[in-house]
Design a protein around this ligand. Structure first.
Ligand SMILES: Nc1ncnc2c1ncn2[C@@H]1O[C@H](COP(=O)(O)OP(=O)(O)OP(=O)(O)O)[C@@H](O)[C@H]1O
Ligand SMILES: [Mg+2]
Length: 342
C-alpha cells in the first residue's frame, strides 16, 4: 500500500467575488521512501496541495472534495469527518493532525526565513517540537537537537543563537533539522532552496537527498524549476492551474514528456546535462483560478490545442506503465505523431 494516497482532491478558497479553484481534482500516490517532485508555475496550487495534506489551510481554504490517506489512515475526507458539524470538524482535525504532524508528516515551509519565532533561540524551538511529540526529558531533547545540528551540517556552537543571527543558509538547514526532529515518514519541502544562492541550493538539495535516503523517509519537493527535481526525485507531478497534467516515473517523463505543458516547462529551464540551447518561455500566463478556462485549462496557451481542448476536460491517459498525461492528445505526443496546428 502507498504511504500517501491523494484521490480527486479539490481545495477551494472563498474570496469576496466567489471562489478560487486552487486545487481541482488531483490524484497521485507516493510509496514509502520515495521522492516526488511537485512542479509548476507560480500560483498553480502546489502550496495549497501541501497545506491540504498537512491540514494547515487558512480559514478561507476548504477541502471540498476528495480523500487523502496517509499510512492507511484517512486524514481528509473520511466519512467520520464529513458527518461532523463545522465546529466539531475543526476540533477533530486538530486532534488528528496533532498526532500526525511532525511525527508522521512534517513540512519545510516556503518562507523558511520567517518560520522561526524571532524571540526564541533556534535550538530551543527545535527541542520544543521534540518535547511536544515525544516522551523525552529536556536533556534528551537537547541531545537530539545537537545530533540534528550535526546531521544537517550546522555548527553546534550556534545552537543557542536567535534566528536573526543565522544566515539564510543556516536558517534553511535549521528548518530541515526541525522537519527531521520527530523522524517523520514524509517530509514536504516547499521551495526549500529558492531563497538561497545557486551553489548553496545545489548543496542543500544534495544533502537533503542523502538524508532522505539514509533515513528512509519519503519526500515531496515542491518547486517551479523542473531541473531541480531531475536529480532528486523518482516521481514527478506536473501541476497547472489546479490540475495535475502529467504524473509518473521521472525517467519515463524526462525521456518522453507527453503533455504540452511539461514540454514547455522543460524547454524553459536550462538542462543540467549542460546541453546548450536557446531557452523557451511558454507564451501567455496562468489563468485566474476564480474563473478558469473551459475544457483543458492549459488550452489557451497550448500550441497543439484543437477544438476539443476548449470544450472537454481531458481524462488522464496512461501512455506507458506508471506515466500519465492529462491531455486529449497524450498518446499522439508520446508517439511523436502530433504536429503543431496553431
Ligand atoms: N488564502 C488564500 N485566499 C485566496 N486565494 C488563495 C489563498 N492562498 C492561495 N490562493 C490562490 O490559490 C492559488 C494557488 O496558490 P498556491 O499558493 O497554492 O500556488 P503555488 O503553486 O504554491 O505558487 P508559488 O509557486 O507562487 O508558491 C493561487 O491562485 C492563489 O492566488
Ligand atoms: Mg507556493
Amino acid at each position: 500500500m502507498a504511504l500517501l494516497e491523494i484521490e480527486d482532491l479539490q481545495v477551494y478558497f472563498d474570496i469576496v467575488r466567489g471562489q478560487v479553484q486552487a486545487v481541482d481534482g488531483i490524484t497521485f500516490s507516493l510509496g514509502k521512501g520515495e521522492t516526488l517532485g511537485l512542479v509548476g508555475e507560480s500560483g498553480c496550487g502546489k502550496t495549497t496541495a501541501a497545506f491540504a495534506i498537512t491540514r494547515l489551510l487558512p480559514s478561507n481554504g476548504h477541502i471540498i472534495g476528495g480523500k487523502i490517506t496517509f499510512d492507511g489512515r484517512v486524514v481528509a475526507g473520511s466519512e467520520e469527518e464529513l458527518s461532523l458539524s463545522k465546529r466539531k470538524r475543526r476540533k477533530y482535525v486538530d486532534a488528528l493532525m496533532h498526532e500526525i504532524r511532525w511525527n508522521d508528516v512534517s513540512m519545510i515551509f516556503q518562507s523558511a526565513m520567517n518560520a522561526f519565532n524571532p524571540v526564541w533561540r533556534v535550538g530551543d524551538q527545535i527541542a520544543e517540537a521534540i518535547l511536544e511529540h515525544e516522551e523525552v526529558s529536556k536533556e534528551e531533547a537537547r541531545k537530539k537537537v545537537i545530533e540534528l545540528y550535526k546531521l544537517v551540517g550546522l555548527d553546534v556552537d550556534r545552537i543557542d543563537g536567535y534566528p536573526h543571527e543565522y544566515s539564510g543558509g543556516m536558517r534553511q538547514r535549521a528548518m530541515i533539522a526541525m522537519a527531521l526532529a520527530c523522524n517523520p515518514k514524509l517530509i514536504i519541502a516547499d521551495e526549500p532552496t529558492t531563497a538561497l544562492d545557486v551553489i548553496m541550493q545545489d548543496r542543500v538539495l544534495a544533502e537533503m537527498r542523502d538524508l532522505q535516503r539514509k533515513l528512509g523517509m519519503a519526500m515531496i519537493i515542491i518547486t517551479h524549476d523542473i531541473s531541480v527535481v531531475a536529480e532528486v526525485a523518482e516521481k514527478i507531478a506536473i501541476m497547472y492551474a489546479g490540475k495535475l497534467l502529467e504524473f509518473g516515473d521521472i525517467t519515463s517523463i524526462f525521456r518522453r514528456p507527453s503533455n504540452p505543458y511539461t514540454i514547455g516547462l522543460m524547454a524553459s529551464f536550462p538542462s543540467i546535462k549542460g546541453e546548450k540551447k536557446a531557452l523557451f518561455s511558454i507564451p501567455g500566463s496562468p489563468p485566474d483560478l476564480s474563473n478558469p478556462p473551459s475544457g483543458c485549462r492549459f488550452h489557451p496557451r497550448c500550441k497543439y490545442a484543437k477544438g476539443v481542448c476548449k470544450e472537454k476536460e481531458p481524462e488522464p491517459i496512461e501512455v506507458e506503465p506508471d506515466h500519465f498525461s492529462k491531455c486529449h492528445f497524450g498518446l499522439e505526443i508520446f508517439n511523436g505523431q502530433l504536429s503543431e496546428v496553431k
